[in-house]
Design a protein around this ligand. Sequence first.
Ligand code: GAR
Length: 214
Amino acid sequence: MKNYHKNIIILASGNGTNAINIINHFSNKNTLSDSDLFNISIKALVCNNLDAPVINKVKNINNDIKLCCIPFNKTAERILFEEELSGIVDEYKIDYIILAGFMKILSDDFVLKNLNKIINIHPSLLPAFKGKNAIKDAFDYGVKVTGVTVHFVIPAIDSGPIILQEPVFIEESDTVEFLEEKIHKLEHKIYIKALEIVLLEKIKIVDNKVKIFE
Ligand code: GAR
């Protein structure tokens, strides 16, 4: 019997729809099959923005997830944020750090110390439309296809080995708000799928490319 026990933490900055979706999904899932034990323990939700709606959403979910609010808005606050974050990663023996709408940039040192352990979701088909406004940027550019990318984090913005990517077609009748809705809907599906692949150890990173095997 294989025991896929993994400890994870989630980092979020805002609305937290991806964070809540991940919490709901993995909190209800302990057994994958009769022969394998699948147990994902979400140890903490770390939020850098004290006004973020995600904080109350997590409070309202009845579970054992520790809620850690560590202010990090200005770059100067990053050192303390990462010190506390590293403390949590060590204390709870965290296997993966999941960025779910985490809108700050982690230092190269922190990323290198946790290489192949930090996973991010981005609302475009990377490497196109990096940055904070990926959905609007793609819409304004007039591309016909954009999408969602889940990737490992490396010390460069919105870059790193891609785990999964799926397209979203932009129709002429779409508004930017409707495109946002379509992207968020896909994000909720694809993030769970990508995380299951990683947490079940179905990947290998070779030459910066993620190989998925059964
Ligand atoms: C999501 O669309 C996520 O892909 C994006 O922020 C949004 C957060 O929504 N992340 C980035 O742009 C990272 N560069 P949520 O708070 O409702 O999950």
